[in-house]
Ligand binder design. Structure first.
Ligand code: UN1
Length: 500
């Protein structure tokens, strides 16, 4: 398929993509696929005003009916899965299998949210006063801004949007300016679904703003945006949080990861090997859940590492649109530069580098294809505390589980983690209060590829937010404690007497 055909299959009109100031290139080969008009700050403010108007109407629509809109969105996404998956590949360079997986995450969260729309349950609470009832009710919170990153151009939007919509909140999306095409295709789907839904779906319910960080800034600064959910770098998250703190707005932050795997002596090494390769080189090392640190027991290190290095040597690197490719390009040349810089620093800190560096430069001079690297480190030095968004896997040895867990938790980020072990004492210790300090902890599974049913997010520099499954929906609603006196007396709480 040509690029134009990929765009058209996703119902985008390439003719409308000309003449704008935002140049969009595909990481597949660096060619320009669109020149989009960017939204201005004034456009953002107008969008916020429309969303505020939509909130007034949408919060009155019964939640199960709101769920019906999301159900229809899920149906539309099923129909468009193939076309959208390929567009994800064109937009961000991940292989088509992973592009399809990302769209599947969107479908799954829609299904989850539809069920949730009939389960936005509160509590009944025992009152200490006679003739009184207490309960807790969840109400829509307000407009939800969603800022997303290039590496997952659509799924994180859907984790937020599907929940926000059933919770009664309009959504304004600011996708990465590096990958706006899939966002525009999804916005088109939403427009069609809302139109067919009729007047229950108010104008401005779902909107997308194309452009740079000033649009995210507008969302963060506006009193009319109740929630900003942001996925991306730690500096971006700090900027959003700082702006939101000024007006005490609510944030949901899903920022950097520096995910580790402990490989214990009892591990099934064949399984560990497969898990390591998928989670370290999948999406060319550009997931927030990518495996970056391998902490291997000294007794099995010399068995595992040569097998891993050999597996890396045969990885099919190439055009992500072609079947059989497992490693596509990095997002751009700057990312390849950051990888080279990190490898240099790792060497300076005593590391031995296997693989890495630019490849396929003759075939794709405008793109940034790299061979994934394994770096054997003498200890967990400074570079290992840093998240470089590229396929670099650092490996260190450990002697005791206590030492491995301490190494594991010593970095600033706290998103995802895992242990490979068949020893129950070790795996349960890893999952205990003195084990992994991350938001996600897995046993005999790599750190990436989480299902939507669990809460997704992490601690420390990862930002503390939770999206997707479990009770993450509460982040999109406001909680109200309600006390009802159905007696003829007016007793005060805590037995206080105040007779007049
Ligand atoms: C991300 O990289 O921002 O768990 C999200 C995973 C995917 C989501 C990654 N479900 O790897």
């Amino acid at each position: 398929m040509t690029y134009t055909e990929i765009l058209k299959a996703a119902r985008l009109d390439p003719e409308t993509f000309r003449g704008g100031e935002l140049t969009v290139t595909t990481p597949v080969d660096g060619t320009e696929v669109a020149a989009l008009r960017q939204h201005t700050r004034a456009d953002a403010e107008a969008a916020i005003a429309r969303a505020a108007g939509a909130f007034d109407k949408w919060r009155r629509v019964p939640a199960p009916r709101r769920g019906e809109l999301v159900r229809r969105l899920g149906v539309a996404l099923r129909e468009e899965k193939e076309a959208l998956g390929r567009l994800v590949t064109l937009d961000c360079g991940k292989i088509v299998q992973e592009g399809l997986g990302e769209v599947q995450e969107m479908i799954d969260i829609c299904d989850f949210a539809v069920g949730l729309s009939r389960q936005l349950h509160g509590l009944t609470i025992a009152s200490e006063r006679p003739g009184h009832a207490m309960r807790e009710t969840w109400h829509p919170k307000g407009v939800c801004g969603v800022i997303t990153a290039f590496n997952f151009p659509v799924a994180p939007w859907s984790w937020n949007a599907a929940l926000a919509l059933v919770c009664g909140d309009p959504v304004i999306w600011k996708p990465s300016e590096k990958t706006p095409l899939t966002a525009l295709a999804v916005q088109g789907i939403c427009d069609r679904v809302c139109r067919d839904f009729g007047e229950d779906a108010p104008e401005g319910l779902i909107q997308t703003l194309v452009g740079g960080h000033e649009l995210g800034q507008a969302l963060s600064a506006s009193e009319d945006v109740a929630i900003v959910s942001a996925t991306g770098s730690v500096p971006m998250g700090r900027a959003v949080a700082g702006e939101m703190a000024k007006r005490l707005g609510r944030t949901i932050l899903e920022l950097g990861g520096n995910n580790g795997m402990i490989v214990a002596p009892s591990a099934d090494l064949e399984m560990a090997l497969r898990a390591i390769v998928f989670s370290a080189v999948g999406t060319a090392g550009q997931r927030c859940t990518t495996l970056r640190r391998l902490i291997v027991h000294e007794d099995i290190y010399d068995d595992l590492l040569p097998r891993l290095i050999a597996a890396y040597e045969t990885l099919p690197i190439g055009n992500p649109l072609e079947d059989g490719t497992l490693v596509g390009p990095l997002i751009d040349k700057a990312a390849a530069g950051a990888m080279a810089q990190a490898l240099k620093q790792a060497q300076a800190e005593g590391g031995t580098v296997h693989g890495g560096g630019a490849v396929l430069e003759d075939d794709f001079p405008g793109a940034a294809y790299v061979a994934p690297s394994i770096v054997e480190m003498p200890q967990q030095s400074a570079i290992m505390h840093h998240e470089t968004f590229a396929p670099i896997l650092y490996a260190v040895k450990y002697k005791t589980l206590e030492e491995a867990i301490a190494l594991h938790n010593a970095v600033p980020q706290g998103l995802s983690s895992c242990i490979f072990s068949t020893d129950l004492r070790e795996t349960e210790t890893f999952l205990s209060a003195v084990g992994s300090d991350c938001g996600i902890a897995n046993v005999n599974i790599g750190p990436s590829g989480a299902e939507i049913g669990g809460a997704f997010g992490g601690e420390k520099d990862t930002g503390g937010g939770r999206e997707s499954g479990s009770d993450a929906w509460k982040g999109y609603m406001r909680r109200q404690t309600q006390t009802i006196n159905y007696s003829r007396e007016l007793p005060l709480a805590q037995g206080i007497r105040f007779d007049i």
